[in-house]
Write a protein that binds this ligand. Structure first.
Ligand SMILES: Cc1cc2nc3c(=O)[nH]c(=O)nc-3n(C[C@H](O)[C@H](O)[C@H](O)COP(=O)(O)OP(=O)(O)OC[C@H]3O[C@@H](n4cnc5c(N)ncnc54)[C@H](O)[C@@H]3O)c2cc1C
Ligand code: SF4
Length: 349
């Protein structure tokens, strides 16, 4: 029996899977293309996480340490899987660093790519320095200072534009990125904590602070922090004669055109399929769904199975997900993979 599970990707999903497989007494080989483990929250230096309020570097850092200090886990940093042969129960992977790994099951925890706001040029990113993304504001919060990149001043007025690169048929993004309404409400409150005199506006199509996040983020941001929500359809971001940014569009509640000046405009960027997915599909022989995320075989009796027997997929590799869900996916995939080590013939069950 081969007692090793190969896990590709060391974000929240892969780290959770690795801890799960190890706790069942099996070995893990974890392959991460970056030199640093932790996935998007660490690589993009997120600030305080929704919903725990813990700093990403501490919360995800704890997940990283648990796996790094685990004798059952072997880590290949800065590496990818170049080739995979074999079948469920006995795969052989050749890594880009030259190593060869035999594994009974394979986990794809390869996550997502942040939407590149350059693909929404009419909203000013790449043209105006003071149009930034939520990940940039996360980094400002983590550094303890909200500032306009153009001159370092504290912005008097900030707006956050929701659904940038999500729910947008014109640019082929027909999905909701699930977490950005809540993350934006949280960021708006963090901006107010660091710069209490700054006015913060959120422009939205719909607010989707899912599950239990409605009062903690949507209502609290308005009632305690005076964040102003405007239901609008934004047409463009330009620069006014005084150099400030002008957000132009239509207030869709009163059905009137709006042109409002801001010092800092923030794009709440969505979660795109991992740019590596076409390569991953080829190397691992798995299918992609129509948007480009990795496809799954069947939801109810073969949880987290990809379209290839013995290979599982979860977390943001499947669809936009929050970290709590990714951790659950990881544990569920660990159970499937460990089950396969015992009885590979059941891998397709
Ligand atoms: C701006 C923003 C803020 C967010 N804030 C929160 C929050 O506060 N709370 C919350 O719950 N969620 C938040 N999220 C969502 C969160 O980022 C995701 O839920 C989480 O990162 C997904 O984890 P993952 O491990 O599936 O994927 P990722 O975090 O994307 O990790 C995937 C890992 O796989 C690696 N990888 C990719 N391709 C390969 C390959 N071919 N070979 C080897 N390795 C590979 C990557 O380098 C990466 O380390 C936020 C998202 C955004 C966009
Ligand atoms: S979570 Fe909110 S901001 Fe993100 S895509 Fe969905 S509706 Fe838009």
């Amino acid at each position: 029996m081969i007692d090793t599970v190969l896990i590709v990707g060391a974000g929240p999903t892969g780290l959770s899977t690795a801890a799960g497989v190890s706790s069942a007494g099996r070995k893990v080989v974890l392959v991460e293309k970056e030199k640093v483990l932790g996935g998007a929250p660490i690589l993009s230096r997120y600030a305080k996480l929704v919903p725990s309020g813990e700093w990403a570097k501490d919360a995800i850092g704890r997940m990283v340490k648990r796996v790094e200090s685990d004798a059952r886990v072997t880590i290949h940093r800065g590496a990818k899987v170049a080739r995979l042969t074999g079948d469920a129960g006995d795969f052989t992977a050749t890594l880009s660093d030259g190593a060869e790994v035999r594994a009974g099951a394979v986990i794809l925890a390869t996550g997502f790519t942040h939407f590149d706001s350059i693909n929404k040029p009419e909203w000013g990113f790449g043209t105006f320095e003071d149009v930034v993304t939520t990940t940039q504001v996360e980094q400002m919060v983590a550094a303890g200072k909200i500032a306009c990149p153009s001159d370092g001043r504290t912005p008097a007025r900030v707006c956050i534009l929701l659904c940038v690169g999500s729910r947008d048929r014109q640019i082929g993004r027909e999905w909701c990125s699930k977490i950005c309404c809540t993350v934006s409400a949280n960021l708006a409150m963090e901006i107010k904590e660091l710069a209490p005199k700054t006015d913060v506006y959120i422009y939205y199509m719909d607010i989707r602070t899912f599950g239990l996040y409605e009062d903690k983020y949507y209502w609290r941001s308005q009632e305690e922090f005076r964040i102003k929500y405007v239901k609008a359809r934004i047409a463009e971001v330009t620069r006014g004669p005084d150099g400030r940014l002008l957000v132009k569009g239509e207030d869709t509640l009163v059905k009137r055109p709006i042109v409002i000046p801001f010092d800092l405009v923030v794009h709440a960027i969505g979660m795109d399929p991992n740019l590596d997915n076409p390569e991953i599909a080829k190397v691992f022989g798995v299918g992609l769904e129509k948007h480009g995320f990795i496809d799954r075989a069947e939801h109810y009796t073969s949880s987290f199975a990809s379209t290839r027997r013995g290979i599982y997929v979860g977390g943001a590799a499947l669809a936009p997900e929050d970290i709590d869900s990714c951790i659950s996916h990881g544990l569920a995939m660990a159970m499937r993979a460990v089950g396969d080590l015992h009885a590979p013939a059941q891998a397709a069950a």
